[in-house]
Design a protein around this ligand. Sequence first.
Ligand code: NAD
Length: 491
Amino acid sequence: MKINELTDGTLRNYVNGEWAPVSGSDGKDIVNPATNETLAHVPFTEPDDVDGVVETANDAYEDWRNCAVEERIQPVFRLKQLLEEHQDAMARVLVQEHGKNRDEAAGELRRGIENVEVACGAPRLLQDGFLENAAPDIDEMAVRRPLGTFTAITPFNFPGMIPLWFLPYAVATGNAFILKPSEQDPLTAQYLFHLIDQAGFPDGVVNLVHGGPDTVNALLENDALAGASFVGSTPVAKHVYETAATTGMRVQAQGGAKNYVVVSDSADLRYAAEKTVSSSFACGGERCLANDIAVVVGDAYEPFVEEVLDLVDNQVVGDGLDSKTDIGAMITPDHAARVVDLIESGIAEENELLRDGRDTSVDGYEEGTFLGPTVFGDVDTDSRIGQEEIFGPVLGIARAETFDDAVEKLNGTDFGNAASLFTARGREAREFRNRAEVGNIGVNVGTAAPMAFFQFGGRKDSFFGDLHAQSESVVRFYTDETVYIERWPDQ
Ligand code: NAD
């Protein structure tokens, strides 16, 4: 489907199996960041109307929770097939509203589909323990039960993948679900719900609500919701965690990141540079797993910098729909201005500017929001660019005297999302696994992105809660373990 087939220009909610006009007068234009062309308008659902959606979903939950699990996974499985059939067309829509390139868009959808596949394993994932003779004449059994209606509030940077970290698991485990996608690029979610409409879910089980912060707060303050999953920036993640806790619902909130890569003096430096450049600049650096600080040990610093600059000079900036593009457009001019402000702070704090991507324009796309790759050398990891999330195409390279110094630097931020090590020494790899205070660790891997059958980790200011997204962890989040204790005395 193309954008004009998805919407007549104003996005709608999907509630109780139908497309419904959004009530709110507030809203936002969705703009193609490569061309500055307005693609559609998304109105924000009024807080008062959110309660009606929760009620509808809770009604649908009453039947859905009692459906056989084998029946529940059939529409989930059909959703997988539909997503595969529409992957290319959906990637095209995603590129136009987000700016990333087509391979990146198709890749994130593939990662989303993997979660749908894993959720189809609900008949196995939901099985729990049984113990005969747990006590004299007593058998004990634990069962996992759904809890009601869950919401997921998702960010702009992976509009295709992140909703699927939650949605398929929530419904396959017997809950109803409400998605509140990012208001910056909600057309991909609109596409997803066109597929959900065809997948055969009973009305009201899966719902889409567009909106901004007020819509989110109305969801979090609704005590008829069973829980909320959130992915976004750290200040909002904290706010979501605290607000949802006041209501008493379950909450898992993934926040921002500042990811370091450590390059050992034993590493294959060309390989480490290739993986680091790809990790830093893919999706224009708008990734929570982007490694944007490389700490290089000892004499490896100079040759590593040389390899990085060689690769960076070949990065092509442009429209994501152009197959030659490596780095697409930034999501909004405001976001690009924030990245530029951080680059300027890097210069002011006397980090060495090796490549400057600030004044980048693309022929034929003069209205677009583009930044080229920026590289800093001799980075002071205590400076702003060493500590703050940049979320743009900026890589800082720092020196460390020893492997221990490098690990200390990576643990010196408030965040704990991901870190990678490039090394040829097993001993360093083992130490790194043990000491890096992050939830996703890569060794000789540029971007430590867990497959759908492992949880997506995160620690410190990168995650608030205990049960994470994806896999068994999210199944536990969406279910409650009830224990039965049974004895049959002689009559
Ligand atoms: P954001 O926090 O601005 O927005 C995320 C969601 O929160 C959106 O749906 C938005 O409508 C809502 N929201 C925004 N402000 C709000 C407020 N004041 N009150 C209530 N709701 C509000 O994040 P973003 O800019 O869309 O996404 C980028 C951020 O997401 C980065 O910090 C990135 O690191 C993070 N992220 C983290 C992960 C992870 O796994 N840890 C994954 C992807 C993105």
